[in-house]
Ligand binder design. Structure first.
Ligand code: CMC
Length: 444
């Protein structure tokens, strides 16, 4: 059983376990099945190496459950996304971002009293320590705001020594509130810094999304009133992006946190992972792509490129590792996009027109149908942000602001999990086997 080269086949032995049979020796091992409340059963392979001497091989974790979670559920085939059991469209319609934060962190929607207290806990942490400003000033003014986010979120680890005992639930709660509260302030400051405007302090009388828009667009020289339609749209976008189970950035946060690392440093790691164009960077990439396409007449050319195996170009905002049906977030955001453009009198926005046409053509194309490639949440979010006057480089930053609560909830869950261990994947090694050191004068 210890020979990794021997072929092994799998056969179902009923609902409780799988038996893995070695085709050459006939030996078999039983692997128990663990059932969740919904979703696929999970084969418990923790004893596999001890019993067989084999590891499993699963680059990109396409078949591997890395943890046991109660927070978010996705059914990619049905296009379902639930936060703590509640469907995303109902939350986007009837709830608000802070309430969703409470839900993700605690497991239930808050009562009036709990909501009031939670809002108070968050708002008392919205300001940044004055010395954090020195970090901002150290960045070049043309720095990408995601680079600033990574740096400043990590730097917070140097400021809050009173909330770093990760075994203490009170410390974790304070660190969580600080992160959720300060992320919009950091994001808005990164923007103000890049355009050379004075920083605008958070306003605790405003709602979460309203406060963010105020910090982004207010200036000391005139009154700025946040448009309620835009505030509602921003709030909805934050809800849609708040968590998405074990995606790359969340898994990064869990992995970093599994060593007992500082919470602010773990979130900085999550921000770094989110930045990539295959993940949170896609909304920025969608807008760049639409601008590059330029007009409807060039859509066929780009569709052809997306289908060409020898061309690295992909249709950004299309496809998802988990959703093989329409992304339920994309439906909500498409509606929100129309509301925002109506409000701003930008119905004729040419990029929206282009996006709708591109979506239409792709959805009827055999290649995209066969591969189950549908628009994802990022396809429309960029158009909304652009209409609101938010620059492209800030798009992923907004994703990070929203996702912070998901990262924090998952980090807390991991620490409370009694079976949690330091994350330590194994590997399939194809490098050199043992060889002796060659002195330099003998090397060819
Ligand atoms: N355009 C053209 N072809 C595509 C696309 C696309 N956007 N996405 C996947 N494919 C093809 C891919 O070439 C592959 O073809 P083949 O089987 O012939 O080699 C097949 O579909 C499967 O793709 P994959 O890369 O193996 O699938 P994955 O699950 O590893 O990747 C993805 C998922 C999101 C990285 C990918 O669909 C992609 O790169 N999409 C564009 C970027 C994007 O919009 N990302 C945002 C994701 S949603 C926000 C978030 O959660 O971060």
């Amino acid at each position: 059983m210890k020979n990794a080269e021997q072929p092994v086949s799998k056969q179902a032995t009923g609902k409780e376990s799988y038996s893995l049979v070695n085709n050459q020796t006939g030996e078999s091992v039983e692997l128990p099945l663990i059932k969740g409340t919904t979703g696929p059963d999970v084969m418990d392979i923790r004893s596999l190496y001890a019993k067989t001497g084999c590891f499993t091989y699963d680059p990109g974790f396409t078949s591997t459950a890395s943890c046991d979670s109660k927070i978010t559920f996705i059914d990619g085939d049905e296009g379902i996304l639930l936060y703590r059991g509640y469907p995303i469209d109902q939350l986007a319609e009837h709830s608000n971002f802070l309430e969703v934060c409470y839900l993700l962190l605690s497991g239930d929607l808050p009562t009036q009293e709990q909501r009031h207290k939670f809002r108070h806990d968050i708002t008392r942490h919205t300001m940044l320590h004055e010395q954090v400003m020195f970090f901002f000033r150290g960045f070049r003014r043309d720095s990408h705001p995601m680079a600033i986010m990574c740096g400043i979120a990590g730097a917070l680890a140097a400021f809050y020594h009173d909330s770093t005992d990760i075994k203490d639930p009170r410390h974790r709660a304070v660190a969580s509130s600080r992160l959720i509260a300060k992320m919009p302030t950091i994001a808005a400051l990164a923007y103000k810094y890049s355009i050379g405007q004075p920083f605008v302090s958070p306003r605790n009388d405003l709602k979460y999304a309203e406060n963010f828009l105020h910090m982004m667009f207010a200036t000391p020289c005139e009154d700025y009133k946040v448009n309620p339609v835009l505030a509602r749209a921003m709030d909805r976008i934050l809800i849609l992006h708040a968590d998405h189970e074990q995606n790359a950035s969340t898994s990064t946060v869990r992995l970093a946190g599994s060593s007992g690392a500082n919470p602010f440093a773990c979130i900085a790691a999550g921000i770094a992972s989110l930045w990539g164009p295959a993940h949170g960077g896609a909304n920025e990439a969608v807008l760049n792509m639409l601008q590059e396409i330029g007009g409807k007449e060039r859509i066929p050319e780009f569709i052809k490129r997306a289908k060409d195996k020898n061309d690295p170009f992909r249709l950004m905002g299309f496809g998802h590792r988990v959703y093989k049906n329409y992304d339920p977030r994309a439906r909500v955001i498409q509606r929100t996009c129309h509301e925002v453009l109506d409000e701003l009198g930008a119905k004729e926005e040419p990029l929206l027109d282009l996006a709708i046409e591109l979506e239409h053509i792709a959805l009827e194309d055999e290649y995209f149908i066969k591969k189950k490639l549908y628009p994802n949440v990022d396809f429309y979010s960029g158009i909304i942000f652009r209409a609101m006057g938010i620059p492209t480089t800030m798009f992923t930053v907004l994703f990070a602001v929203a996702r912070t609560v998901g990262w924090v909830a998952q980090w807390n869950e991991m620490i409370e999990d009694p079976v949690q261990k330091i994350g330590r994947p194994r590997q399939l090694y194809h490098g050199q086997t043992f060889r002796g050191f060659t002195p330099i004068h003998k090397r060819k």
